[in-house]
Design a protein around this ligand. Sequence first.
Ligand SMILES: Cc1ncc(COP(=O)(O)O)c(C=O)c1O
Length: 373
Amino acid sequence: MIDRAVRPEVRSMERPRHGGDVWDDLDVKDYSSNVNPFGPPPRLERYIVEAASELHCYPDDSCARLKGAIAARYGVDDSNVIVGAGSAELIRLFAEVFISPGDRVVMPSPTFSEYAFGCRLMGARLIDHVLPHEEDFALDVAELAARLDGAKAVYVCNPNNPTGRMVNRSDLLDLVAEAARKETLVFLDETLLELSSRSDELSLVPEVESHENLFIIRSFTKSFAMPGLRIGYGFGPRRLLNYLEAGRLTWNLGTIEQRVATRLMEEEQEHVARAATMIEGEKRRMHARAEKLMGRVPMPDSYFFFAPLDALDVSSAEFRRHMLRHGVLVRDCSSFGGVCSGYTRFCVKTPEKNDEFLDALSRAVADISEGRS
Ligand SMILES: Cc1ncc(COP(=O)(O)O)c(C=O)c1O
């Protein structure tokens, strides 16, 4: 009976897979998730403890103070901001509010799996815009724009997860304009942009009020290295956000999340900026060493590497296993589909941690070449 009762979209649904699966062994060094290499700001625990004194009240359902802090940091109006339990909630909410069964939705492939997950749940018809691996998965935005006929929405992740490629601002603005002509919504994921030194130059956040079809997400998860607290936020024109607010889960952000996120937004921006500067130098150093060990490794535009494994002749899952033997977790990319099972993803951290990573890498490469499994 249950099999007949369930919505058809849910019956065949598979949960997306992600990195960061270290709960059973917290000593494993996690290079599979892309968070601030400095970890959370040292005052985070203090902020959490201070917020705990307010737990006897319901949280503010409007999240007014937090929205105000985010709006001030980004120079937009409070009414252009929405917050969610992680940006993952906003990915889901956008699909719930705007995607109807049969809607055509266009997205690059590979990209972050939650977009397709949310859209499939709503019964969308997904159109994959396959990124060319011969060109290190560069996204030609004009080609993507040419596929928007009849599309309800188009998704872009900048920089893209897992490939690490970025798209420039003027190309994105052209896409938003073309999408507006076609009555297509643009979902832009900037959660991985903030730890890049090019964040301000590439961000479309200042554009939201003047583009009725643009929605952008960002997150505390990456910038402040705190995936364990679920806090994300989004920007959009008022009319679009009014509809998202209409469909949003009541009390989606608890009191601790709201209070902590407000303090971080107001007082800890330096923590993010320092990481972005350090990452630039470390990325180059890691790249040179990784290429010596793995063969050609594309230089990422962002702070994580998406490296082909052809020279080592192992699959993504096998490479993950080899690295784990030396205490390091990298992302098995096979869940991204297609050619990705021949790639691995790992992030840039602090100089000492990167040395540990490179040491583990050289030992794993030696194991592979000597046929040890
Ligand atoms: C590109 C991208 N967007 C969004 C998310 C969701 O992050 P969160 O829900 O923690 O904000 C992730 C998490 O891995 C991600 O990689």
